[in-house]
Structures are given as C-alpha cells and as structure tokens.
Ligand binder design. Structure first.
Ligand SMILES: [Zn+2]
Length: 130
C-alpha cells in the first residue's frame, strides 16, 4: 500500500476573483452527475472548477461503461469478486477527503442478473471543518 501524499490544496486558501476582486466561496457544482469542487465569486458569480476534479471527470469518461471480467472466489460462506484496481483508484480519488480508504460498500441486487456496488459518499465536501 503506497502512502497517500497530502498536498496543500489551493482551494483551501482564500481565493479572490480575478475579475472583480471579491472573495470567492467554495461550492460544489454538478457536472454530468459529479459533485465537482469549485469556487464561485460572491460578486460576479465567476466560477473556477478544481483542476483535479476535472481530471477525475476525464478518468471517469474512460472507465464508464467498460466491461471487466473478474473471477468469483469462495471466501468462507461468501463469494468474493475483485474490483479492478483502476476503479478502486478512481473511487479513492473521488473520496480523498475521507479520513481513511473506503472499506465498506453497499451491494444492491437490482435486476435478476445484475448486482450493483455502491460506493456511497458519506461526507459532503465543504461542510466539514478543516
Ligand atoms: Zn468576481
């Protein structure tokens, strides 16, 4: 397991609007169903989206709809499947504000031949103290 390097996030500092000079506030904007971090000017409503979230959205476009063929393994009384590393990496990236890596997921048998794995977000970005 490689250590996650915490970088100083530019969005943690106060950002002034380049256009009108007013302070910008943190917001979450919805882009293709994604909660993308952004800052919005209180004055002119100019928005700047977080560069790493844009990157994540690009990654998502590559992964979405992709088929992965994985083996089922018997573990005790259950069956285990492996979730491809690129998906886990992506999910962890999306939940990087959480204290630890996600170890619980929600399963939903939503069709007779389909099982969904839900990587629910338990924390909303922006309402937590930093
Ligand atoms: Zn402005």
């Amino acid at each position: 397991m490689s250590e996650i390097i915490k970088m100083t996030d530019i969005f943690d500092t106060k950002i002034s609007c380049k256009k009108c000079g007013k302070e910008m506030e943190k917001v979450k904007v919805n882009m293709k169903g994604f909660g993308i971090r952004a800052v919005r000017c209180r004055g002119c409503k100019e928005e700047i989206v977080h560069p790493s979230d844009i990157h994540a959205l690009e990654q998502f476009k590559d992964l979405k709809g992709k088929n992965f063929h994985v083996k089922m393994r018997v573990v005790g009384n259950s069956h285990a499947i492996s979730i491809p590393k690129e998906i886990v990496n992506f999910i962890n990236e999306m939940h990087r504000d959480m204290q630890s890596e996600m170890d619980m997921v929600r399963l939903q048998f939503d069709d007779f031949n389909r099982l969904s794995v839900h990587f629910d977000e338990h924390n909303d970005w922006g309402d937590r103290d930093r």
